[in-house]
Design a protein around this ligand. Structure first.
Ligand code: NAG
Ligand code: NAG
Length: 496
């Protein structure tokens, strides 16, 4: 113990003069503290490097344990929960190494794995479908009295995710031997896990047995409503509302909205209207999310006239709009080609309702105007946005602008101005989608020198282009006999 602490101090001292001086009582300012934290972080990363370098890839649980236990450098590393978590995270796709690391940590005197690490291990084993190991591990945890509801939730989720719902039910049946209770909460957990993975019929059967001993609550029924909707069995979902009432629970906005969303996905709007009426009749008024869902779905189905009746309906029910609703409303008006109405909503109705626009609102307006080749109006909105305090443009804001340049062939002097604006004036880093848009556009315009320089720029920032982008650019540079460029692209493609 003594020597470990000592080593930690030495290592830290040798890492950073500044941190060593943190031991002086006089220099413990907050700035200093964050610097100290930063150094600890670096130290952690260094330990991880040492350990992972030792481990290599794909060794067995025993091999990993053996390697780590018999290595002086590893043995000298002071263990912390943080370090173990980081390692488990690192090996989340390699349960053998993860379990080896876990065993090694357990074997160190003066260290105990935390409950979080145990649960992480459960998750890793479940995710990798090492289900026999998982069951052994749970047994072992149980012997140590370490199984919590959180552990059970993780194990069940992974088992059901692997299709082994029977095993998940078995865990539930054994809850009492694991020292946990079978009650409404744990029952709901089981049912929810089953329903989320579309085992709603199985959940139903289990519920019919369990309900004789365990009382359901409103949440139980909402779980079933979700479950039935997930498999598009709207009749059963709707019927569950009746059942819920039979048990004396009031269906809530969420119960109904779930079914409405499902009907929207199915495109059964007559049923949507029936449900909206039913909600109102039940004294369970739809909320702004419900209305937004319906309006967006109608717009997506290109039923613009009906979509634009939703705001009217909402207003008459006294429901207040929010930003998301207005964004969807503006988008719908745009899709319907009603630019002036969209502009009116943006300029007049939103301020009147006291709802602030956000970046997405501006982006919708800009994109709409460009789509209808009303670039003058688009630029006005962009200018307004650039000058507004609250809604800064993001990379998305400039996409319609960039597309417009390509469409109209305004490349020289215009496109570079836009990019300069983005980076110098708005301090926006170009992201993957922006680089992709630019490279594809420039290739089409026969500007592969420029495209390639952007390609290099993105690589330098560790933004990895898609295979398709590489392929496209490669064909272009080959045509231009840019051999070095071609080699670079091919090198990257090998790694993809
Ligand atoms: C739409 O829902 C109604 C029930 O409200 C049902 O009778 C009808 O068959 C459904 N239509 C489609 C296309 O699923
Ligand atoms: C704008 O607001 C909506 C609703 O609150 C939100 O969903 C969306 O992510 C916001 N967009 C941005 C860019 O902040």
């Amino acid at each position: 113990m003594q020597s470990i602490t000592y080593l930690a101090i030495i290592v830290r001292g040798s890492r950073c003069i500044c941190c060593a001086s943190a031991n002086f009582p006089y220099s413990l300012g907050t700035r200093h503290f964050s610097h100290k934290e930063q150094c600890e972080e670096e130290e952690l990363l260094r330990y991880i490097d040492i350990l992972t370098a030792k481990l290599g890839k794909g060794s067995s649980e025993e091999q990993t344990l053996h390697t780590l236990s018999n290595d002086h450098a590893c043995d000298a590393i002071p263990l912390s929960q943080n370090l173990v978590h980081s390692l488990l995270h690192r090996y989340k796709d390699d349960w053998k190494s993860a379990l080896g690391v876990f065993r090694w940590a357990s074997s160190r005197s003066s260290f105990r794995n935390s409950p979080e690490s145990y649960d992480m291990m459960v998750d890793i084993l479940g995710r990798m479908k090492a289900l026999d190991k998982l069951k052994d591990f749970l047994e072992e945890m149980h012997e140590g009295g370490l199984v919590t509801m959180n552990t059970v939730a993780k194990a069940m989720r992974r088992l059901v995710g692997a299709g082994q719902w029977v095993d998940a039910v078995r865990i539930f049946d054994d809850l009492q031997t694991l020292g946990l209770e079978k009650n409404t909460v744990s029952m709901n957990l089981l049912l929810d896990t089953l329903c989320k993975e579309k085992f709603v019929e199985q959940a139903r059967k289990i519920f019919l047995e369990l309900k004789q001993h365990i009382a359901p609550d409103a949440h139980t029924f909402n779980i079933f409503i979700h479950g039935w909707c997930k498999v598009f069995r709207v009749d059963e979902a709707h019927w569950t509302i009746q059942e819920m009432k039979g048990y004396g629970f009031r269906p809530c906005v969420i119960s109904y909205s779930t079914i409405i969303r499902c009907c929207c996905q199915e495109g059964n709007f007559s049923r949507v209207y029936e449900l909206l009426d039913e909600m109102q009749a039940q004294g369970c008024s739809p909320n702004v999310i419900t209305y937004t869902t319906v309006m967006s779905a109608l717009a997506k189905a290109e039923k613009f006239k009906e979509a634009l009746e939703v705001p009217e309906r909402m207003r008459s029910s006294g429901c207040r709009p929010d930003t998301l609703f207005f964004n969807s409303f503006i988008y719908t008006l745009g899709r319907a080609g009603r630019l002036d109405d969209a502009a009116y909503v943006f300029k007049v109705e939103m301020p009147k309702a006291g709802v602030a626009p956000n970046t997405s609102t501006y982006n919708s307006m800009i994109s709409m105007f460009f789509h209808y080749a009303e670039e003058k109006r688009a630029f006005e909105i962009l200018k307004e946005m650039e000058n507004s305090g609250d809604c800064k443009p993001d990379a998305q804001t400039y996409h319609p602008l960039i597309k417009f340049c390509f469409k109209t062939g305004k490349i020289d002097g215009v496109l570079d101005e836009i990019l300069k604006d983005m980076t110098n004036k708005q301090h926006l880093g170009l992201d993957l989608s922006t680089y992709t848009l630019l490279i594809h556009g420039l290739c089409r315009e026969d500007r592969c020198n420029w495209a390639f320089s952007l390609f290099e720029e993105m690589i330098n920032q560790d933004i990895i282009p898609s295979y398709r982008t590489c392929r496209l650019l490669l064909d272009e540079v080959k045509q231009k006999n840019m051999h070095q460029a071609a080699e670079k692209i091919e090198d990257l493609m090998k790694k993809l």
